[in-house]
Structures are given as C-alpha cells and as structure tokens.
Design a protein around this ligand. Structure first.
Ligand code: ADP
Length: 184
C-alpha cells in the first residue's frame, strides 16, 4: 500500500488529552496497516531535546527539533503523530510551512478541566509555586487560530475525538478508505 506522509500535530495544555487521543489514533491506524511514528513531548525531552528548559527560546527550539524529525519522516511517507504542548503559535506555523503535509489538532480542553484532572499532579505543584513557567498558570498558551481539528474533550468522548482526527485525515486524502477505520 502506498501511503502519503503527514504530520499530525496535537497541541494543547498539559492534561488536555493529547497523548490519550494520539494513542487511540495510533492504535486505529496501526490496525489499518499504516506506517507510523510517534513523537511525544515528554519522551522527546528525555532524549532529542534533553537539556532544554521552558523559556520561550527553549520551548521554540524544542518544537523546531521535533519539527525537523517529523519533516524527515513525513517526506518519506510516514504518518507522524506529534504530541507536544507547543504553546507558541509562530513556531507551530513555521513548522507547518516547512513540513507542508501538516494537520493541526487543537486539544482545546479548558484550563479548569485540565487542572481538575491533574493527571500528573503538576498543576498542584505549579499552583504551590514548586514548578515555574508552567503553561496555563504562569506561562502563556497561544491557541491555534485555524486548526484542522478541534477536540473538545470536556464534552466529547475519547472515541469521538479520535474519530474526528481520523475523519479529517481521510477527508484530506491521507488515508485509503479501510474497513477497519470505519465505525471508530
Ligand atoms: P496531555 O498529553 O495533553 O498532557 P493526557 O492525554 O496525558 O494529556 O491526559 C489527559 C487525561 O484526560 C487522561 O487521563 C484521559 O483519560 C482524560 N480524559 C478524559 N476525557 C477525555 C477525552 N474525551 N479525551 C482525551 N482524554 C480524556
């Protein structure tokens, strides 16, 4: 099967659901026989971008490096799923322009909901001042103006969000219609 490469870029606050939706999309695509790679922000920061901090400069550098690798893979026909807070609009746009085949998924869960979930206990620590420069608390998040997909996890299920992403990829011609991708 010839597949077209594309970078699917999940952006949103910590705890918004990027990794969760990304994993569900990955599962569906793998079972459909697609070649994928996943670049998860937390994992990338332990290797590819190890040593970078959370200043605007370092965050932008983090995104540029992820974007560089995503580009290499995308142009070789791989579907790349990137999950990273990526809080700054300009560098997301820069990466989009470079890669070309780029689908932005805004996981737009409101701060209150992310904080309520507090999956990793980070919001509590940020509120207590134990973590500085935490996105949404004392560091900015610039939401996408025109994302291809908007996942509103406060009012939709993981399955619904996943289906939205897959439907968009299919609509844009990145997926060959496959029985395993129906009824998702
Ligand atoms: P992020 O990768 O954006 O930091 P995670 O995916 O690690 O976020 O965490 C999101 C949390 O929200 C998970 O515990 C997930 O089970 C929960 N959650 C609840 N509802 C949804 C939904 N509709 N979509 C995605 N995640 C959801």
């Amino acid at each position: 099967m010839r597949q077209r490469g594309v970078t699917v870029w999940f952006t949103g606050l910590s705890g918004a659901g990027k990794t969760t939706i990304c994993q569900a999309v990955e599962e569906k695509l793998r079972s459909g026989g697609y070649q994928l790679e996943v670049l998860d922000g937390d994992i990338v920061r332990e290797n590819l971008t190890k040593g970078l901090g959370f200043s605007k400069e370092d965050r932008d550098e983090n995104i540029r490096r992820i974007g560089f690798v995503a580009h290499l893979l995308t142009r070789n026909g791989v579907i790349v799923l990137v999950s990273a807070i990526s809080p700054y609009r300009a560098v997301r746009e820069e990466v989009r322009q470079k890669i070309g085949d780029f689908v932005e998924v805004y996981v737009s869960t409101p701060l209150e909901v992310c904080e309520e979930r507090d999956v990793k206990g980070l919001y509590k620590r940020a509120r207590a001042g134990q973590i500085k420069q935490f996105t949404g608390i004392d560091d900015p998040y610039e939401s996408p103006l025109n994302p291809e997909v908007n996942c509103q996890t406060q009012q939709e299920t993981i399955e619904e969000s996943t289906a939205k992403v897959l439907a968009c990829l299919e609509q844009l011609g990145y997926l060959v219609a496959s029985p395993t991708l129906q009824n998702v």
